[in-house]
Every structure is written in structure tokens, then in C-alpha cells.
Write a protein that binds this ligand. Structure first.
Ligand code: SAM
Length: 469
């Protein structure tokens, strides 16, 4: 995930796992949480793993719980979020190009830097434990370097480093302090009212608590609330509950799941579209199935049958898993390319096109993702999004609804795609369908819903509702 070299990252077969004993005679005392965090960071950095999955995996493997598990999570998530800034700081502090460092040494330095600049770990403890970790994992010969670099890092706080590196450049300062690449800040500033940018960047860096969702018809929300969860602000199906969702019987049994409230609100708006008819509904890009499950749950109220389509077979299996508790007579999961559907034109009364996107609206939950995306990704995504929207409109019946959804607020992926289809459709007033949600109209066009982490505490979901002429 090294911002500069992530695309070239490949697992290095010469490098062993952390648990393999090192030949050094002077092995230091094992610091399990930090070692565990290092293992997760390796997996993320070199194998392209998702931070949440990598973190969950190592915590389970090491059987950590309570404070140790929370420490590892903060260390890994925080380091991933700020890695671009930390690498710039480390380059200056070490006086050398980072690719001249052994990958394990670099990861130890990154974790140490987060403890110094992003956590309340006392400087001496952060440096000493990092030195010990480097000695343990790499060897005594690198401990002097780690010690010297981290001591230098500890001489300033994050703002001090940002000021030094930015040298009066305000934009660069903001990028360094908030750990957001400049092109992402620019994309947000392009669609966000002036004055809200810093609130959004701060919200992106605040850990999001797990949000649960009931499968309508299978579970009552009260069952979640009875476990100590708190009702979501607007969604009638959601509840927020710290801790591991898999502990709950309702989640384990498939009668409830995990889903950001923004995604729930998108489905709520769709369920309220005036004259929404039944017949066949299509979820065009369904994996892993969160919205499919909500659509499947409300389909009986409209006498609708759901077809859930997903391009990736393994993600289609996740959709089947999300729907497993519903009777099979009300839905079907199919694997296929949404741009080339085997369905007749006009065969669905509702099509949800929750298209693949840059995910810039979900940076809270995916701390590493901001460093894995590049501005060059956007045109390629937009082309696919246009094709998927065209395909959705083709299979939608006249008078039917296409809901176009992204978890990115980027102008090109949102209004840019929808405006290309405007000639064939009537654009509905989507925010009017969520009257209880304040300030949810997009500033680019008030007929679209745009949710924001800093305003709504949700992912930055975009929704356009189109009625086919
Ligand atoms: C944003 S995710 C959908 C999230 C899902 N609706 C949910 O709520 O759980 C986009 C999905 O589109 C799938 N996808 C990508 N290209 C596709 C294509 N050409 N046709 C259909 N699905 C595609 C991806 O594999 C991914 O699972």
C-alpha cells in the first residue's frame, strides 16, 4: 500500500511469516499486539489485503481480545489511513528513499510513527517497543536505524511535521494532516459546499461503529435493540452496536446483517417511490447482497420477484448467503455481466444499479482504500458505470424505475453519469422521499440524494431515481 508503489506490490516469497524464529541470539521479549499489527500491515501492504479483513484475521489467529484487540485495530487502521503522510515524514526523518529500506523495517517505522503522531503512546514507549519489534522480526542490525529515525519523528507532532513539509502550502498541509491524497480532497471540494471540507476529512478519519440491519420479514429491529444496540437515526431497519456483529444469533443465522445506514436509506427511498409496481425487480450489481436482502425483504409488499445479478461468482455466492433465509420462491441469484444481460428489453419494473465505483464515500470503513485509488481510475469506472446505467435502462419497462447508486460523491461518477442518460428519463425528486433526513439533496443537483459522513454519519452514498419514459 506504499502510495507510490502499491500497484507493483507482490508477496515476496523470500520473506517468511512473523512467527518463524529469527536466527538472532538476542531475541527480545515478544510484544504480541505490536507483532500482530505488523503482521496485518504486511498482509495489507504486500498482498493487497483489506485492512478490516486482515486485522480481523490476525486478531482471531492470535486470540487477542479486549484492550489488546482494540489496540491492534487502532494501530492498523490508523497507520493505513495516514500512511501517505507518514511515508513523507519518514523519508525526511530518515534522509533516504523509503524503497531503500527493508519492507519490514518500513512497516515497523510506520507503526511507530502512528503511535508517536496519532496515538497517545508515550514517545519513549513507542520508540522502545518499535526498536524491540524490529530487532525481533528483522534482526539487531536494524535497531539503531529504527531508534534514530523514530527519535527524529518524535521531535515534532503531526501538525509540526505537516508545517515543515508543506512549507506554507495550505493544500499540502491539509493533505498531510488529514491523510487524504490531494486529488481526493479536490474531488470532495468540487461537490461539497465551501466550509464543510474539513468536517468531512475529519469524519473520514473517525472509526465507524458497526451498523446492523434486519432482514425485513425475518427479524424485528427490537431483537437487535434488546442486545444493547441503538436504533439508527433514520432507517427503520438499522441499529448501531459496538463489538463483533458475529456474536449475535440474529446475524449468525442470517436474519440480520451488517450494512451502513446510508445503504439502508437508499433502499428506503426506493421503497417509497410513488407508483412503484411489482412484477420483476432486478438488482444489477448485487454482490455482496446487502441491498438485495432489503429489496427481497420488501418485495412481498409490492408483489415483486427479485433477480439479483452479480458479475463475480464468489460475490454472487455472498448474495445467495445474504438471501438464504428468504424462501427461494421469491428470488433468484444469477451470475453475469450487467452490461450484457440475457433479459428482454423492458422486463423489470425496478432496476437497482448500485454500480462499482471508486468508493471515495466509504473511506471511514476502508482506511487503506484512499491510497489504492488513483485519479486515472475514474474515467475507466465512469465508462463501466455508463454502460451499466444504459443496460439498466434497457431492461427497465416504460414507466419503471432505475435507481442509480454509488458510494462515491465524485462528480464524474454521479451527476456526470446520470446526465448522460437524461434524454430517456424523468428524474424524480429523490430527497423528497427521505423527508426525515436533513440536508440530503446533492449540491450539484437537488433532485439527487447525497449523504455525507460528517452530516449524516453515513457513507457518502449518492442516489438518482430515474423513471423511464
Ligand atoms: C458497489 S458493489 C454493490 C454492492 C451491493 N449492491 C450491496 O449493497 O451489497 C458493486 C458490485 O458490482 C459488481 N460488478 C462489477 N462489474 C459488474 C458488471 N459488469 N456487471 C455486474 N456486476 C458488476 C462488483 O463485483 C460488485 O460486487
Amino acid at each position: 500500500m506504499n502510495p507510490g508503489t502499491e500497484r507493483n506490490n507482490r508477496p515476496d516469497p523470500r520473506r517468511g511469516r512473523l512467527d518463524r524464529p529469527r536466527p538472532d541470539r538476542t531475541r527480545r521479549r515478544l510484544d504480541r499486539p505490536r507483532r500482530t499489527a505488523l503482521e496485518a500491515l504486511r498482509d495489507i501492504d504486500r498482498n493487497g489485503a483489506y485492512a478490516n479483513l486482515a486485522c480481523h484475521h490476525v486478531i482471531e489467529e492470535q486470540e487477542l481480545s479486549g484492550r489488546d484487540a482494540a489496540f491492534v485495530t487502532e494501530l492498523v487502521f490508523g497507520t493505513c489511513r495516514m500512511i501517505g503522510s507518514y511515508d513523507d515524514i519518514l523519508e525526511t526523518a530518515s534522509g533516504r528513499a523509503l524503497d531503500s529500506l527493508q519492507p519490514d523495517v518500513l512497516d515497523v517505522l510506520r507503526l511507530g510513527t502512528h503511535q508517536l503522531l496519532g496515538m497517545r503512546v508515550p514517545a519513549r514507549a513507542a520508540v522502545d517497543t518499535s526498536v524491540a519489534l524490529a530487532g525481533n522480526v528483522v534482526g539487531e542490525r536494524v535497531t539503531g536505524l529504527v531508534n534514530a529515525v523514530l527519535r527524529k519523528v518524535s521531535q515534532r507532532d503531526l501538525e509540526g511535521w505537516a508545517g515543515k513539509l508543506a512549507g506554507g502550502d495550505e493544500q499540502r498541509y491539509r493533505s498531510l494532516v488529514t491523510g487524504h491524497p490531494q486529488w481526493i480532497i479536490d474531488a470532495f471540494a468540487d461537490v461539497l459546499p465551501a466550509g464543510e471540507l474539513d468536517d468531512l476529512l475529519a469524519a473520514d478519519n473517525a472509526p465507524a461503529e458497526p451498523t446492523l440491519v434486519v432482514r425485513p420479514g425475518l427479524c424485528e429491529r427490537q431483537e437487535l435493540l434488546d442486545t444493547g444496540a441503538e436504533a439508527t437515526r433514520w432507517s427503520p431497519w438499522g441499529a448501531v452496536r459496538p463489538g463483533n456483529p458475529a456474536e449475535l444469533p440474529s446475524v449468525r443465522s442470517g436474519r440480520a446483517g451488517v450494512q451502513d445506514e446510508g445503504s439502508q436509506l437508499v433502499c428506503l427511498a426506493v421503497s417509497r417511490v410513488p407508483e412503484l409496481t411489482g412484477g420483476r425487480w432486478l438488482d444489477l450489481c448485487a454482490g455482496p447482497g446487502g441491498k438485495s436482502a432489503l429489496l427481497r425483504g420488501i418485495a412481498p409488499d409490492h408483489d415483486a420477484y427479485l433477480v439479483a445479478n452479480e458479475a463475480q461468482p464468489h460475490r454472487a455466492r455472498l448474495v445467495s448467503l445474504a438471501l438464504r433465509r428468504y424462501h427461494y420462491s421469491g428470488h433468484r441469484v444469477v451470475t453475469g455481466d450487467g452490461t450484457d444481460l440475457p433479459f428482454d428489453a423492458g422486463s423489470f419494473s425496478l432496476v437497482l444499479a448500485d454500480v462499482p465505483c471508486s468508493g471515495l464515500g466509504a473511506l471511514r470503513r476502508r482506511p487503506e482504500s484512499r491510497w489504492r485509488r488513483w485519479p486515472e481510475d475514474i474515467p475507466e469506472l465512469v465508462e463501466l458505470q455508463r454502460e451499466l446505467l444504459a443496460s439498466a435502462l434497457r431492461v427497465c419497462a416504460p414507466g419503471g424505475i432505475v435507481a442509480y447508486v454509488t458510494c462515491s460523491p465524485h462528480r464524474d461518477e454521479t451527476i456526470g453519469v446520470v446526465s448522460g442518460a437524461e434524454s430517456d428519463v424523468e428524474i424524480l425528486d429523490a430527497p423528497a422521499l427521505l423527508p426525515e433526513v436533513p440536508d440530503c439533496a446533492a449540491s450539484t443537483d437537488p433532485r439527487f440524494v447525497q449523504l455525507w459522513p460528517h452530516r449524516h454519519g453515513t457513507d457518502a452514498m449518492f442516489l438518482a431515481l430515474l423513471r423511464k419514459n
